[in-house]
Design a protein around this ligand. Structure first.
Ligand code: 6CS
Length: 316
């Protein structure tokens, strides 16, 4: 058998390296009977195109960011709330790995659209980049923020006074360079490898959210697999949680060092103080309520359950 595994990133970046490692493990475990081909972003269209391709069974596997199917699976927008998940990536990864709200209830919501998320994992803490140096919610006023395809992201940045624009990441460098977009959020490894720091003067270490990706499979394809093959897939997905945590950590640390060492493109790194973070939290929290009570099509029970699971992990 031969499977295709599409990703939203390029060789060397976390998602692609995940798919390559997954491929290696599946090939070994199946005694060479199964070959998995990892695919870089761009080979099969934009992130949104890739999500559709997986849904139609055009590819079997995909690393998918929930932000690109926000309109289709509104519950997946829970990942774009600010100051909702723990701020430490270790704790986020623990919630993502153990949460029943995500791994059972939210998974069922995606499966209505032929997307089966077999796991959720973090690519690390996101930072904000801009030319103005964001330190308080009012700094967002007048800025045009780039977001993924998720209506809730609009509410979130609206709450700070920004406007938003949806774009594929492949169009983002040019948009920042031409200043049609003023700001964006991503983990540090990605800011460095996509060279966004070249066209932005500052990076704010904001602790507002961690980037979440999902290992997804086409639901009908997965349900049709032989039990022993399904077991190999599930086992590999489970093993990969620790592997990808270490991978993103190493890449994010190296990314920050590379940004600091880039003398041709000096970038000011702003670390928010606890008081500044408190201000952002105050502005972001009404959006949590908005999500739970106003967003059409979401199940508030998933929100409530996840909130309890997060509190339990934070209390450990
Ligand atoms: O900003 C984005 O849209 C991209 N960021 C990451 C970390 N991975 C892929 C995604 O498309």
């Amino acid at each position: 058998q031969s499977w295709q595994f599409v990703t939203e990133e390029l060789q060397g970046e976390v998602q692609y390296e995940y798919a390559a490692e997954f491929a290696k493990r599946i090939n070994e475990k199946s005694g060479g009977a199964i070959t998995v081909e990892p695919l870089e972003y761009g080979a099969l269209g934009s992130e949104v195109d890739q999500a559709q391709l997986l849904q139609q069974g055009g590819v079997q596997l995909a690393v998918m960011s929930p932000g690109f199917t926000g309109g289709q699976v509104p519950d997946g927008q829970i990942f774009s709330l600010h100051y909702f998940f723990p701020s430490e990536p270790e704790k986020v990864q623990e919630v993502l790995t153990t949460s029943e709200a995500l791994n059972t209830d939210l998974r069922a919501k995606y499966e209505e659209h032929s997307i089966s998320p077999l796991s959720f994992w973090t690519e690390g803490a996101m930072a904000w980049t801009s030319n103005v140096g964001i330190e308080s919610p009012s700094d967002w006023e007048g800025l045009n923020m780039r977001v993924q395809e998720s209506p809730l992201m609009r509410e979130t940045y609206d709450a700070y006074g920004a406007t938003v624009q949806s774009l594929s990441w492949s169009e983002l460098y040019t948009a920042l360079d031409r200043e049609t977009v003023d700001a964006q959020e991503n983990p540090l490894f990605f800011i460095e490898s996509a060279s966004f720091h070249e066209v932005q003067d500052t990076i704010t270490i904001s602790h507002h959210n961690n980037y979440v990706a999902m290992t997804t499979v086409n639901t009908e394809w997965y349900n049709g697999l032989d039990d022993n093959v399904k077991e190999i897939v599930d086992e590999t997905v489970t093993e990969m949680q620790d592997w990808v945590f270490d991978e993103q950590k190493a890449q994010n640390e190296a990314g920050l060092e590379a940004i600091k060492a880039d003398e041709e493109n000096p970038t000011e790194i702003i670390e928010l103080t606890d008081e500044q973070i408190a201000e952002f939290k105050k502005a972001a929290e009404p959006v949590h309520e908005y999500y739970k009570n106003e967003v059409e099509g979401i199940d508030p029970a998933i929100y409530d359950k996840l909130k309890e699971e997060i509190a339990a992990v934070e209390g450990e």
